[in-house]
Design a protein around this ligand. Structure first.
Ligand SMILES: O=C(O)CCC(=O)C(=O)O
Ligand SMILES: [Fe+2]
Length: 337
């Protein structure tokens, strides 16, 4: 099924996949129809019995095997798996999305991207947005610096995948990847790094929630989540990080913008810029990456070709609580970033 091609870096591999979609197309459609009926669900919503749906998807042998292989690769130490030619190019967009949705269910429990539309599949595509809107990486075409997704949630999802419908033709939009375990060991190499690591794993850093994901969804809503950057519990993310949400978080919570936190961040940025290996990889049409969002940092280079289009899903290991809790503090408009 998944065949190892080569390792691109420590913990990051490149794989190929047999054509499993021709045979699984009919049972996937049957399963989704059982739960969603005939209503238009090209992006899907979580209003179903997700345990039963997951079981039905995992009763399809090829998807069960794929699930097992991805979990085994994670146990072997992979934090990112690139799959060349995932095999969905010949399907119509609606059919392709059904198969991507089934794949997300084979890996875990897909989570709604935002509290308003609640879509489980999200188009990563540059869009035009209102002035003052705090756009997230999936909504613009600038560089996306290394980050983990939903670092502003109390419990960020365990995994995400990104499927490339149409790669940028300008040479940009390359994927950046870096293993958080390597960041940690680089930090622990020096006494300055060890001190910084202690702060990074205990201090409540404020992450501002991008506008789309706030409870209010309006440009004047400023909400933050407080959490350390490195987790100490194996069930928590090893790392959560995003530079711009953190800077905007500090603006919203100046009481947390203290020298201790700034100094630890300075050491972390030094390690990211000078010490760790950052993979720079161009994904082509129909390629897919599955990423362990608790272990790896990922990003993207700037692109000019506005027709670039990817589809993303994020998956939690546990069933999704539809009333997902943020560790939120709301502040009035006057302190908006
Ligand atoms: O566009 C990409 O390749 C990645 C986007 C991303 O990291 C995100 O939407 O969180
Ligand atoms: Fe991301």
């Amino acid at each position: 099924m998944l065949r190892h091609k080569k390792d691109l870096a420590l913990g990051i591999g490149r794989f190929t996949l047999n054509d499993i979609w021709k045979d699984s197309f009919v049972p996937v459609n049957r399963a989704l129809k059982n739960f969603y009926g005939t209503k238009d669900c090209t992006k899907f919503s979580p209003e179903v019995n997700e345990m039963a749906l997951s079981q039905e998807i995992l009763s399809i042998p090829s998807l069960q095997e794929l699930h097992q292989q991805v979990m085994d690769l994670k146990k072997e130490g992979y934090c990112a798996i690139f799959i060349d030619k995932f095999g969905l190019r010949s399907f119509l967009p609606e059919e392709r999305n059904k198969l991507l949705f089934a794949f997300s269910l084979a890996l875990g429990f897909p989570t709604p991207t935002d509290p308003h539309q609640g879509q489980l599949l999200w188009d990563v595509k540059a869009r035009s947005l209102p002035k003052g809107y705090f756009a997230t990486f999936s909504e613009h075409s600038d560089r996306a610096d290394l980050h983990t997704d939903t670092q502003y949630y109390e419990r960020p999802e365990d995994y995400f995948f990104l499927y490339v419908v149409k790669a940028a033709q300008c040479g940009g939009g390359k994927s950046l990847l870096c293993d958080g375990r390597e960041i940690q060991s680089c930090l622990l190499e020096t006494s300055e790094g060890q001190e910084a690591f202690d702060v990074l794993s205990t201090f409540p850093f404020p992450f501002r929630i991008p506008t789309t994901f706030t409870q209010h969804g309006t440009v004047d809503a400023v909400e933050t989540t407080q959490a350390p950057i490195f987790g100490s519990d194996p069930n928590e993310p090893l790392i959560r990080f995003r530079h711009d949400t953190l800077e905007k978080g500090f603006q919203a919570r100046p009481d947390l913008d203290v020298p201790e936190a700034r100094n630890a961040l300075r050491v972390l940025y030094h390690v990211l810029e000078n010490k760790v290996n950052i993979l720079n990889y161009y994904m082509q049409d129909d390629d897919l990456v599955v990423c362990d969002n608790h272990t790896a940092l990922h990003g993207r280079t700037i692109y000019l070709d506005k027709s670039r289009h990817c589809v993303r899903a994020r998956m939690s290991r546990e069933p999704v609580n539809s009333n997902r809790q943020f560790a939120v503090s709301c502040l009035p408009q006057g302190v908006a970033a």
